[in-house]
Each structure stands twice: as structure tokens, then as C-alpha cells.
Design a protein around this ligand. Structure first.
Ligand code: UD1
Ligand code: UDP
Length: 383
């Protein structure tokens, strides 16, 4: 029996962790024991609890309650508290997902006390170090013992940074095992699609059943913390319903909600109304989100996970950034980097609404990434 300690903290990590926890329960309960630690980075009901309940993720064994803060304080507090939990639990390895401050804190705390780190969603790069996530990813990959990349591009990025895979177990921080597997988020999309169709009431609630709509999300600091960029995006969102006769649904991340509060009295904000075809709603649960993605004609987003889910649902995506880690989407022509440029966002939306892409090759695996990953983890010859 090996003991894995999983560290999660932010919304996309709960979703990713659900795929691995479910697989441990279904197939590996005799050989893997999982301890879950929640850093508390995300804490609102709609950003945390709702995912544990809906995705049936086991209750965390430890919740560090760290909450929001600037990078140094948030990451520093995580480091201190995680080290204490690791010392107490003495796991065989620490599992981290993606690229948030919770990821990098766990990777640093574990590697400094010689605990092997397993990084799921390794190798992704934007080549833009202004993004806090880029620093988190590079750092985490370079102290990991097992790295699982969901894309070919991710494997190439790791190789280009001099990270070469050991040929066989045992692996170590100096001779890591690097593997290309499917994407665990695809596992989840497939697993929860029917459940979402059966139980989500979001379309009825928004009166959008059988109605054409575009789904949008915005939460990257580069967009929310710049008045110019946020204004550029909002102007596009206001123009789209009028230009193309389609509604827009915008579930709002708390970071963006706070920014909107300061814009309450602005003319632009006041135009974001259902009468103008724009449904501003609080952040939704995963099943509601899957349902919205499945039913939308197109997705506009700056989220990493939502870009991929657009692909899983075979929907075009207008990306509110200048670059993406998920390069396959743009290379295939199923996504456009429209930045925060009103004209580009509206044009790309219009083009895709007229000509829906049809070819979405299976580049993210076959829905069994969690199984592939756990098989490798089990055979990695732990101490
Ligand atoms: C974090 C991740 C980002 C990821 C995103 C997923 C980092 C550096 N960033 O960004 O990579 O894409 O999560 O959603 O780790 N807030 C609340 N309630 C909550 C959580 C946050 O009100 O439950 C507000 C707070 O004002 C907080 C702000 O949102 O300051 C930002 O939260 P934070 O976790 O620091 O970063 P995210 O933007 O959520
Ligand atoms: N998501 C959700 N509710 C929302 C917005 C997003 O459940 O209101 C899900 C989405 O389906 C995806 C994940 O959250 O699985 C993406 O997380 P997010 O956009 O917060 O972060 P990123 O992927 O950019 O790190």
C-alpha cells in the first residue's frame, strides 16, 4: 500500500483531483491510500464546497484555511503549514495539479524535505513569465519526480528545458520519470456529461432552453486588473448579442466580481443586462458549467480549463489572451487568440458562428488518463 498526499486549493484543482480520487476508489483502493489537503486558497461555497459535493471528492483530511492574499503571503503561509502536514503524514509522494500558488507551495515544501512530487498537468508553457502561473509551472516541473504531460507540446517543452526522463524506475528528483498521458479533465467531461444533462437546471433557470447563446468566462489578472483590457472585453460582449442575435452567459469569478463592483456605476457595466442579451451570473457548479459548455454555440474565455473543455465539447473558442498553453487548439484553427481587442473578439465570434469547426482530433487521450497515471505511479518503485 502506498500513501499519496494530494494538495489542492483552487477550483480547477478540485475538478482535476476528482478524476484521480474516483479512480483510486474504483480500482486502486487496495494499493493506494489518498490523503487530501486543501490549502484554502479558494473558500467561497461556489468556488470550493460545491465541487467536493457534486464531484464526490472525499472530504479533505486537512484544511489549512489560508485564503486570499498577495503572492508572498499566500504562498509563504502555505509553505509553512504544508511542511508541518507532510512531516506528520509522511506520505510516499505528494501529488500536485496544474499551476496555482497551492501547486508551487506544495512542490517546494515537499521537495525541500525530500518527498517525491508527482506533477499532473506538467510541461505546459505560455512563454510569458508575467503570468504567475508560468513561474509556478516551471518551478514545479523542475522539482518533480514524476511528471505527467497531457500534450505532445508539453513533452517537447520539458525536453527543451533539459528535463529528460529516466529510462526506468526508481525515479528521483534528479532522474525524474516523464510521461505523456491523456488529460484528466477529459476523463471528467466524459464521466459527468450525462449526469449534467440529467440534473443541471441552469438552462431552464436562465430561460435559455433551445436558445442560441455564447458562454464567456474572464478571470485572469491581466484582464481583470487592467481597465483598458476589461473595457475592451466588455465592449465586445455588449456588441455580440446585437450583432449576431445570440445571448451571452457570463458566470463571474469572484476576482472579476470584485472588479465589476467598482464599475457598478459605469455606463458600460449598466449595459450588461438580460434585456441586452447578457446574463451575468455567479460562478456556477461543475455540472452547470458542463451543461452550459455543451449547449453553447461558442465559448469566449481566458481560462485554461475552459479552453480545453471547449475542445472536448467540440466548440470553437475565442481566447482572451495573446498566447495559450493549449497550442493544439489554435494550430487546428478551432481557437483564436483575440487578446482583449474588441474588434478581434467580435470578428472571431462572427466567423465561428457562421462556420463551426468540425474536426477535433483526439489529442487529449481517450478518457482514461487517471488510470494511465495511477498505473505508472504504482509501478514507480517507492521506497
Ligand atoms: C487562481 C490561480 C489561477 C487559476 C484560478 C482558478 C494563482 C496564482 N492563481 O487565481 O492560476 O486559474 O485560481 O480559478 O494561484 N476570491 C474570493 N473567493 C474565493 C477565492 C477568491 O472572493 O473563494 C477572490 C479574492 O478577492 C482573491 C481573488 O479572488 O483575492 C483571487 O483569488 P486567488 O486565489 O488569489 O487567485 P485567482 O484569480 O482565483
Ligand atoms: N468552472 C466551473 N464553474 C464556473 C467556471 C469554471 O465549474 O463558473 C470550471 C470549468 O468547467 C473548468 C474549471 O472550472 O473545469 C476551470 O477553472 P478556472 O477557469 O477557474 O481556472 P483555469 O483552468 O484557468 O486555471
Amino acid at each position: 500500500m502506498i500513501k499519496l498526499l494530494t494538495v489542492v486549493g483552487a477550483r480547477p484543482q478540485f475538478i482535476k483531483a476528482a478524476a484521480i480520487s474516483r479512480m483510486i476508489r474504483e480500482r486502486y483502493s487496495d494499493s493506494i491510500r489518498e490523503i487530501i489537503v486543501h490549502t484554502g486558497q479558494h473558500y467561497d461555497h461556489q468556488m470550493s464546497d460545491v465541487f467536493f459535493k457534486e464531484l464526490e471528492i472525499p472530504e479533505p483530511h486537512h484544511n489549512l484555511g489560508i485564503g486570499s492574499g498577495n503572492h508572498g503571503r499566500q504562498t509563504g503561509e502555505m509553505l509553512m503549514k504544508l511542511e508541518a502536514v507532510f512531516e506528520k503524514e509522511q506520505p510516499d509522494a505528494v501529488v500536485v495539479y496544474g499551476d496555482t500558488n497551492s501547486t508551487v507551495a506544495a512542490a517546494l515544501a515537499a521537495s525541500k524535505i525530500n518527498l517525491p512530487v508527482i506533477h499532473i498537468e506538467a510541461g505546459l508553457r505560455s512563454f510569458n513569465k508575467q503570468m504567475p502561473e508560468e513561474i509556478n509551472r516551471i518551478f514545479t516541473d523542475h522539482v518533480s519526480t514524476l511528471l505527467f504531460s497531457p500534450t505532445r507540446a508539453g513533452m517537447d517543452n520539458l525536453k527543451n528545458e533539459g528535463l529528460l526522463s529516466g529510462k526506468q524506475p526508481p525515479y528521483s528528483i534528479d532522474q525524474p520519470g516523464i510521461f505523456h498521458t491523456g488529460d484528466i479533465m477529459y476523463d471528467n467531461t466524459l464521466f459527468f456529461a450525462d449526469k449534467a444533462r440529467e440534473s443541471s437546471g441552469i438552462l431552464a433557470k436562465l430561460e435559455l432552453k433551445n436558445k442560441k447563446f455564447v458562454l464567456a468566462t474572464i478571470h485572469r489578472p491581466v484582464n481583470t486588473d487592467s481597465d483598458d483590457r476589461l473595457t475592451g472585453i466588455m465592449e465586445a460582449l455588449i456588441e455580440i448579442p446585437a450583432a449576431f442575435g445570440t445571448d451571452i452567459v457570463l458566470p463571474v469569478h469572484p476576482r472579476t466580481a470584485k472588479k465589476f463592483e467598482s464599475l457598478h456605476d459605469s455606463d458600460l457595466y449598466r449595459q450588461l443586462t438580460p434585456e441586452n442579451g447578457i446574463h451575468l451570473i455567479p460562478a456556477v457548479s461543475y455540472l452547470d458549467m458542463i451543461m452550459l459548455e455543451y449547449s453553447a454555440s461558442l465559448i469566449i474565455t481566458d481560462s485554461g480549463g475552459v479552453q480545453k473543455e471547449a475542445w472536448f465539447m467540440e466548440k470553437p473558442v475565442v481566447i482572451l489572451r495573446t498566447e495559450t498553453e493549449w497550442t493544439e487548439i489554435v494550430a487546428q484553427g478551432n481557437g483564436v487568440l483575440a487578446d482583449a481587442n474588441t474588434k478581434k473578439i467580435v470578428e472571431a465570434t462572427g466567423n465561428y458562428l457562421k462556420n463551426q469547426p468540425v474536426d477535433f482530433p483526439k489529442v487529449y487521450g481517450n478518457g482514461n488518463a487517471a488510470g494511465e497515471i495511477l498505473e505508472i505511479v504504482l509501478n514507480a518503485a517507492w521506497k
